[in-house]
Design a protein around this ligand. Structure first.
Ligand code: TPP
Ligand code: MG
Length: 577
């Protein structure tokens, strides 16, 4: 079997049905074969970065992995930012690239990516969990298996790269080579350090004011049902990081909402301002935003951290107890404890119910925070009103892909979810503009039966809005919502406080994104009146085709007041902004 077919068969064996790509000479053998044979659908993006964002979105929503392909040199280098984004969030992604024939390496052949040419593997090396530059078709079977294993195993989860020269793609792998998929036990391993768990559970049961702080690993290890069970058993309030939004329903009575750049009022009152005895950090990376910039309020808590590998946990706060393992195992084990400690924790259950009731009585309900913004009649439209209109009209199981900019803060705050799968965002620490344009398409491919909405900004759209054409070409009904403040809103909010000149520099002309959508084959609407929002969103959703809604919004302060107090105030311009 030729190497190109072996790779395709391996992808099929892993359940992959789509590869996101931009074609080109160095990929001809594998792409021609894939298209002719037809059991894997190649999806062409406008730019390779978009294809890699799509693979990432596919990966996050399928909870499996995404595959993208590009030529060596300019093609794969166009993917570098997307690869870094996937690496930062440990999102598994296989990147396949082609290269010039072996005999041409080092001779100035166009797009030579080898170590004798532009050396893309060296460029990408810090971003990849593994790379194989195959110089012989015989390397493909074990090279590919090695990459798949690195990509999917928790300790090295992230993007990997397979580079194949033109001749390797067309040469035969050994006769006896057959691909065996990576085993389930490596995909979703369940393990727990028993002694760490025992000490942690004892500490937990010694506390009365106990809080769970859940991170994105709870989503990745599909532990959210166990989390609700455990929290309910002992009435333990649960806050989540932004990227774990929804691992407990935001409508659950024990939910405190999110912590980070945007912090919901209950979480703020209870996690930041109250005197907690023990905070159980379940699958949280403890990055800067997740610890409110390593604030002293966070540091003061007795903290238990449970994570599958500690080299991915940031040391922003000290923790007293650490448990090596996945959240699924921690929670299953915790639910089984039946001794003095569980009795003690049950004994303080009522205390926590009253404690939480007191906190809720002392501040507005999460969904009523900033009431005036949700109902604002202002023109330009208030972004909070826009998000609330989306939430009201779109079905609860809609997947929202959130982009990077001022607009995302409103989406984090006001897009209320009942399950983590209702939101995807690339935030563990990259915040890549335009990511959501590709990610929403990849996610729609992974979950075709779920409604999908993009929430993005005008500048993000200038970067990656061309992917409208991909949704049109592959008939993917997605509602693309542009929160169009005609500005680089995020920096503009600081620029406004600096000078008129800098403020003006952050403006973007009034581009007509609805017309852009129509020119690429989608439907396109512009909304300027807040009272037209709901009807337009409903019309767009019911059209069941790609639709761009260009919503003209104002440059208004984001709901980040609390976070700014801990971080931005001291970071930007010596605390003056
Ligand atoms: C690739 C990339 N470049 C630059 C930035 C810095 N940055 C963060 S938000 C932002 C402005 C985004 O503007 P827009 O998409 O219009 O969203 P808005 O902030 O206006 O809601 C910029 C330039 C970034 N995060 N990513
Ligand atoms: Mg903008």
């Amino acid at each position: 079997m030729k190497a190109k077919r072996y790779v395709i068969e391996a992808l099929k064996a892993e359940g992959i049905k789509h590869v996101f790509m931009v074609p080109g000479g160095e990929l001809d053998p594998i792409v021609f074969d894939m298209v002719e044979e037809g059991s894997i659908q190649p999806i062409c993006s406008a730019i390779e970065g978009g294809a890699a964002f799509m693979a990432d979105g596919y990966s996050r929503s399928s909870n499996k992995f995404g595959v993208c392909a590009a030529i060596g040199g300019p093609g794969i280098l166009n993917m570098a930012t997307a690869i870094a984004t996937a690496a930062a969030d440990h999102s598994p992604m296989l990147v396949i690239s082609g290269d010039v024939p072996l005999d041409e390496e080092g001779k100035g052949f166009i797009q030579d990516s080898s170590s004798l040419g532009i050396n893309t593997s060296a460029v990408l090396s810090p971003l990849m969990s593994g790379q194989v530059e195959a110089h012989s078709a015989h390397q493909i079977p074990f090279g590919l298996k090695n990459l798949m294993t690195k990509m999917l195993t928790p300790s090295t989860k992230g993007p990997v790269h397979l580079s194949m020269t033109l001749d390797v793609q067309d040469n035969d792998v050994p006769d006896d080579a057959t691909y065996k998929p990576v085993s389930e036990s490596l995909l979703h391993p369940k393990y727990l350090n028993e002694s760490g768990f025992e000490a942690s559970f004892s500490a937990l049961s010694d506390g009365k004011k106990v809080v769970i702080y859940a991170g994105s690993e709870v989503r990745k290890s599909a532990s959210w049902e166990l989390l609700a069970k455990f929290a309910e058993k002992y009435s333990i309030p649960v806050a989540t990081t932004i990227s774990a939004k929804g691992v407990i329903s935001e409508e659950h009575e024990l939910s405190l909402g999110i912590v980070g750049w945007v912090i919901h009022p209950y979480a703020n009152k209870l996690v930041m301002e109250d005197d907690i005895d023990v905070m159980l950090c379940l699958g949280v990376q403890l990055n800067s935003a997740e610890t409110m910039a390593g604030s002293k309020e966070f540091k003061a808590k007795t903290t238990i951290v449970n994570y599958p590998n500690f080299h991915n946990v940031f040391q922003n706060i000290d923790y007293e107890y650490e448990v090596l393992g996945d959240s699924y195992s921690f929670l299953s084990h915790a639910l089984e404890v039946n001794d003095d400690r569980s009795t003690k924790l049950l004994g303080s259950k009522q205390f926590r119910q009253e404690w939480l009731a007191g906190v809720k009585a002392a501040c507005n309900n999460v969904n009523e925070y900033d009431v005036e913004n949700i109902t604002s009649e202002s023109n330009p439209i208030h972004p909070a009103r826009l998000v609330k209109a989306l939430r009201k009209v779109l079905p609860q199981d809609t997947v929202m892909a959130i982009d990077s900019g001022a607009h995302m803060m409103f989406a984090f705050h006001y897009w209320t979810v009942t399950e983590p799968t209702q939101v995807i965002t690339a935030l563990d620490y990259m915040g890549t503009m335009g990511w959501a344009w590709g990610a929403v398409i990849g996610s729609k491919v992974a979950l075709p039966d779920r409604p999908h909405v993009l929430f993005t900004g005008d500048a993000c759209s200038l970067m990656h809005g061309m992917e409208i054409k991909t949704a049109v070409e592959y008939n993917l009904p997605i509602v693309f919502v542009i929160s169009n403040n005609r500005a680089y809103g995020n920096p503009k909010l600081r620029a406004m406080k600096f000078s008129q000149k800098v403020n003006d520099f952050m403006n973007i002309p009034a581009f007509d994104f609805a017309a852009l959508g129509r020119s690429l084959g989608a439907e396109g609407f512009t909304v300027t009146d807040p009272n037209d929002l709901e009807a337009t969103i409903e019309k767009a959703y019911k059209l069941n085709k790609p639709v761009v809604i260009d919503v003209i919004v104002g440059n208004v302060p984001t709901p980040t007041k609390v976070y700014d107090k801990y971080f931005a105030a001291s970071f930007f311009h010596g605390g003056k902004l």
